[in-house]
Design a protein around this ligand. Structure first.
Ligand code: ZN
Length: 60
């Protein structure tokens, strides 16, 4: 396997550990934070906004 360094689409940090959603990288830190984030949390709309940007880009 190549040593691929990805850039997280949520926080912009680079890293190798994380998940790829719709070919976009989300670092393990943001991923676990998203999992923990409640719908009522003020951060939740931020995550959704970032994810929507990916989806719109892919569906454009
Ligand atoms: Zn991140």
């Amino acid at each position: 396997m190549e040593d691929i360094v990805n850039t997280c689409i949520i926080c912009g940090e680079t890293g190798r550990d994380g998940i790829v959603v719709v070919s976009e990288f989300i670092c393990d830190r943001c991923e676990s934070e998203m999992v923990r984030t409640d719908v009522c949390d003020e951060k939740y709309p931020f995550f959704i906004t970032r994810l929507k940007q990916i989806w719109y880009k892919k569906n454009a």
